[in-house]
Design a protein around this ligand. Structure first.
Ligand SMILES: NCC(=O)CCC(=O)O
Ligand SMILES: [Zn+2]
Ligand SMILES: [Zn+2]
Length: 334
């Protein structure tokens, strides 16, 4: 006969749904914890499915009002905009990133008008606009010209800020990008927030995104500027540096394979809102697993979101946002 000692019993603490809630309230999921990434193409009326991201589309500016209205009604708080160009020109300096014809530049004032309470963040990078598909400006030998790159990144951030973005989010991993943006923002520096993709790792999980954003590099890879997967030290130094340069919010990307990094950076900088980007490959992996009957989508996504909140993420950038809002409307996610 095994005798149980009362002090070793855990189940007495969580046998009831309300009791379970008390154990998980710091990792709860609500609309406040979500940011929705959206691809905006220069074909104004387009609704283009993305092959490797089922359920995700590129939208033309003219589609955004009808697509986003129901989500805003369901509580959507913030979006992250990515421009995708087909008709506009790509060149060495990414001129189309901040031209008046850029789909993001055109979308921002409309979104502000249609959805006055929606927070608008813009990804700031060159890869979707350069002819070589790299995230910075290159020297003739193909290596990164960091100085010219951050100057250009600053210009683009300024133009999105001028158009009315609340947040600019540089994802290029160029050294000094936060300082360059902060100084380029000028009079906007008090009213435009900088969300740094502080620790962006070189990753296989970005695969589907490259098709979505038409941003695959024409040669080489991004190992010289994105972080090596095994390095928590570089991630820490990158976050520390962004904090020194004046970032308002920090991010780790991808999500699931880097939860230890989230925890580490959140613990050393609890004073900063922490973002995690559940990237395209993570989305498709879960989506396809569920579609093939390997798991239940709602249960699987909820579990992953909880792991991200547990690791210390305040906001999760996720393509599942419309689904999650739908689930939240049906009741608690736990
Ligand atoms: N700056 C955004 C990416 O590089 C990729 C995101 C994704 O794979 O969803
Ligand atoms: Zn890029
Ligand atoms: Zn990127």
């Amino acid at each position: 006969m095994i005798k149980q000692e009362a002090r070793n019993i855990l189940q007495s603490g969580y046998f009831h749904p309300v009791l379970r809630k008390w154990h998980t309230s710091s990792t709860s999921i609500s609309a406040d914890n979500l940011m929705y990434p959206i691809f905006i193409t220069d074909a104004k009326d387009a609704v283009e499915p993305i092959k490797n991201m089922p359920g995700v589309y590129r939208y033309g500016v003219n589609q955004l009002k009808s697509i986003l209205s129901p989500l805003v009604k369901q509580g959507l708080k913030s979006v992250l905009l990515f421009g995708v160009i087909t008709d506009l020109e790509k060149d060495k300096t990414g001129s189309s990133a901040d031209s008046t014809a850029n789909p993001v530049v055109q979308a921002i004032p409309n979104l502000r008008k249609w959805f006055p309470d929606l927070v608008i963040a813009c990804d700031v990078c060159l890869c979707a606009y350069t002819d070589h598909g790299h995230c910075g400006i290159l020297y003739d030998d193909g290596s990164i010209n960091n100085m010219d790159s951050i100057r250009r990144i600053g210009e683009i951030a300024y133009s999105y800020g001028t158009a009315g973005a609340h947040i600019v989010a540089p994802s290029c991993m160029m050294d000094g990008m936060i300082a360059a943006i902060k100084s380029s923002l000028g009079y906007l520096v008090h009213s435009v927030s900088v969300l740094s993709y502080s620790a962006k790792f070189f990753s296989s999980f970005y695969g589907p995104f490259r098709e979505a954003a038409k941003s695959a590099p024409a040669f080489g890879d991004r190992k010289c500027y994105q972080l090596p997967g095994g390095s928590s030290g570089l991630a820490q130094r990158a976050a520390e540096r962004d904090v020194r340069e004046g970032a308002d919010m920090l991010m780790v990307k991808p999500g699931l394979a880097y939860l230890d990094i989230v925890k580490q950076i959140k613990s050393s900088h609890p004073e900063y809102p922490m973002f995690i980007y559940q990237v395209s490959g993570e989305y498709s992996m879960l989506y396809l697993a569920a579609e093939n009957g390997i798991m239940d989508l709602k249960a699987g996504v909820t579990e992953v979101l909880q792991s991200m909140r547990r690791a210390g993420a305040d906001v999760i950038i996720t393509y599942f946002t419309p689904k999650i809002l739908e689930w939240l409307a049906e009741g608690d996610l736990s």
